[in-house]
Design a protein around this ligand. Sequence first.
Ligand code: SAH
Length: 369
Amino acid sequence: MSAEFTRINLLDLDETGLRAFFTSLGEKPYRAQQLLKWIYHHQVDEFEAMTDLGKELRAKLPLVAEIRPPEVLHRQVSDDGTVKWLLGLPGGNAVEMVFIPEPGRGTLCVSSQVGCALNCGFCSTGAQGFSRNLSTAEIIGQVWLAAKALGHERNGQRAITNVVMMGMGEPLLNYDAVLPALRLMRDDLGFGLAAKRVTVSTAGMVPGIAQLREDVDVALAVSLHAPDDKLRTELVPLNRKYPIKTLMQACRDYVAGRNKRSVTFEYTLMQDINDGPKHARMLVKLLRTVPSKLNLIPFNPYPGTRYRCSSPERIQAFQEIVMAGGLIATVRKTRGEDIDAACGQLVGKVRDRTRRSERLRAQAAEFQE
Ligand code: SAH
């Protein structure tokens, strides 16, 4: 077999993995630290440029290893400065990644899977079906690519100050690949982001939430979208398996003993579905029991959806009720809408293996006839 087939992608390894890798080569484990700095502090992907590694090692590394992020297929810039990349992956798949610049901060929204298996009815990623999990290299490679493209610093401040796992996919259903990527985002030798600046967003994978708390310190966001089980199961089918009560307990456990931490609950507002005063009041009761913030997301439409965005009046009324009830609630500003980069609009190119997209298309065609 040629070396081409056995080369290991070093973006797949966190510090522990890299130490083991260098040991297996008969090298000192501290090489891992040197390499991490080159990759993540300087976005260098050529071993030849890594001058402190020593000539011999620099010659040996390309034979056994590579540093290979996903391939940029397309890049779009929104009127509001939001940038969306389409990233190509082996096998004809592609995922999307979004950078959202704001005064004083820059948030990168990364994907964890090609498509999503969860099938939440209001999410365009869900409608694409599911192809496969991303590897660690494909996840951390997104941050790497963005850091390289945006420059590590802008006006003396880092370009990427926050990373949110809110792109395509359910991160806690791809735990083994996501965890090393999160460690690399947090690690001082990696991107060095503080715990509150790395957010994992989940549709409510309860076992994953518990595991995450054990393994790495990051912020947690939960896609709630409904205050009761009946409606939530309609919107987020995973709720059947992990109903609200179980989910709330997992959230309380996640922040327990962690000073000043809270869970962010995402709540997408859909006209006449989950945006009434009664829903707002129920939400207040529910979220009072968890240290939390509420992030209200105006629904972003996409072709074929039967949901509509709540009117500005309903959004405002909803926010007023929850705030009067004592919750901290913000309305997420929609960004990058003109380039379909807003929440729930990321589609990439999914070689659907669930045949869900095919079924949905057939249904839609029938509906139109
Ligand atoms: N699977 C994870 C990560 C995706 S995050 C999760 O569910 O949390 C993407 C966020 O956008 C989620 O809160 C999701 O529910 C929300 N969302 C999905 N479709 C949307 C749409 N069309 N409009 C607004 N928000 C949407």
